[in-house]
Design a protein around this ligand. Structure first.
Ligand SMILES: *Cc1c(COP(=O)(O)O)cnc(C)c1O
Length: 398
């Protein structure tokens, strides 16, 4: 095809070009202050994040996994949930969601995703809770994961939460800035503020990224906020006074300062990704070898952390043949169109070596089929028109 473009899957360095001077200045200011843990930068960032999420409290922590772990630990300490309880979670999530659950001696109740939204199929929640009860497991919580940037919060989920009085911890690692059409428990429409507590990751590749690891929680529950803050700081409520056996999971000052700069541009970063998604959708409109991700009717409900397509199944396809065609498609895109793609995720958590022989679950055929057929196109930066055309042409011939 002779395209002159090479499109990497994600190029953080070039994405940062418009912000580089401001980011450097903020790092210099932290060095000049001589204060590297805590301080006004962390407080200011927490305030900004709480405001953006529509919650009263935000607490910066070391990373997204710790935000999830500490949230669940705090809920246990406060008696909202108990060790051994079941937690409803999508089976096709990133493994960190599941690790946070098992790390707290809780049980993941894996639920199949909907192939349209790639999010937990909310029509299956009641059945999953009933099934767990048969096995003697009390389900006391749900972890909606807003996977790929798409809000996982609909009427069925809200109803199940009310009916079963579930504690709601959102995994908002991929969806900062997304919204729901219907309000959450605390009345806000913004992900991370829909449930009782929301966990954020600022891993560098997320829509808002630190220059290293970082995370946060947001909540309207003062006790949860205080508990997470204490747990992240050796379990101390004040200096050298430890009320609980905690961890060291604090947010670095330098990361907080970087994140305050980034958050200022959340609106434009999100708008760019949404425009990129529309451009990809338009370019792939007549391509019948793949299935495009559904464009939600309520645009703010998707912030496009990933743009995930899947190989269109033929009547005789097996998971293995889908996987094989996916490899061919990705190879053709790389060699003929210069477009690098990625897979989120090739192996679901329950099939990972660390869980495969220990985690109990219902059959997860949808999860396994998606794992065999999804792949992600570059979404963070706009593709040149020539590459959009090459993308459609190459995929149509696969
Ligand atoms: C990235 C991610 C996490 C973990 O965040 P880290 O900051 O990398 O620890 C958790 N859940 C999901 C869905 C993620 O994508």
């Amino acid at each position: 095809m002779g395209t002159k473009h090479h499109i990497p899957f994600l190029d953080l360095k070039s994405l940062d070009t418009p912000y580089r001077d401001e980011l450097k200045a903020t790092v210099c200011a932290v060095i000049d202050s001589g204060r590297y843990i805590g301080g006004p930068e962390v407080e200011s960032f927490e305030h900004t994040l709480a405001t953006a999420t529509g919650t009263q409290y935000a607490v910066g922590v070391s990373n997204g996994l710790d935000a999830l772990r500490l949230s669940l630990r705090a809920a246990i300490e406060l008696g909202y949930i108990h060790r051994g309880d079941g937690i409803i979670v999508a089976a096709n999530t990133y493994i960190a969601s599941i690790l946070a659950i098992t790390d707290n001696d809780l049980r993941p109740i894996l639920v199949e995703p909907s192939p349209d939204t790639y999010n937990l199929d909310t029509s299956l929640i009641n059945e999953a809770i009933a099934h767990a009860a048969v096995h003697g497991i009390t389900v006391s919580a749900i972890m909606p994961v807003h996977l790929y940037g798409r809000t996982c919060w609909d009427a069925a989920l809200a109803k199940a939460v009310e009916r079963h009085r579930l504690f709601v911890i959102e995994d908002n690692a991929q969806a900062i800035g997304a919204q729901s059409e219907i309000p959450g428990i605390s009345g806000t429409h913004v992900t991370g503020g829909l449930g009782h507590i929301g966990a954020f990751s600022f891993y560098p590749t997320k829509n808002i990224g630190a220059i290293g690891d970082a995370g946060a929680i947001a909540t309207n529950d003062e006790r949860l906020a205080q508990s997470v803050r204490a747990l992240a700081n050796y379990g101390s409520d004040r200096r050298y006074h430890n009320i609980i056996c905690g961890y060291n999971c604090r947010l670095d000052t330098i990361q907080a300062a970087i994140l305050s700069v980034r958050l200022k541009y959340l609106g434009e970063i999100t708008a760019q990704r949404q425009a990129n998604a529309r451009a990809l959708d338009h370019a792939l409109l007549s391509c019948d070898t793949i299935i495009r991700p559904e464009m939600p009717s309520y645009a703010p409900s998707h912030v496009w952390h990933q743009y995930v397509v899947r190989v269109k199944p033929r009547p005789d396809d097996s998971d293995a043949s889908l996987d094989k065609r996916r490899t061919q498609m990705r190879h053709a895109l790389e060699t003929l169109a210069g477009i690098t793609t990625d897979i989120h995720y090739e192996t679901p958590p329950h099939l990972q070596p660390c869980y495969v022989s220990t985690l109990e679950h219902a059959p997860l055929t949808q999860t396994i089929r998606l794992a065999a057929s999804v792949f992600s196109l570059p979404i963070a930066a706009a593709l040149p028109l020539e590459s959009l055309k090459a993308l459609a042409k190459v995929l149509s011939q696969c």
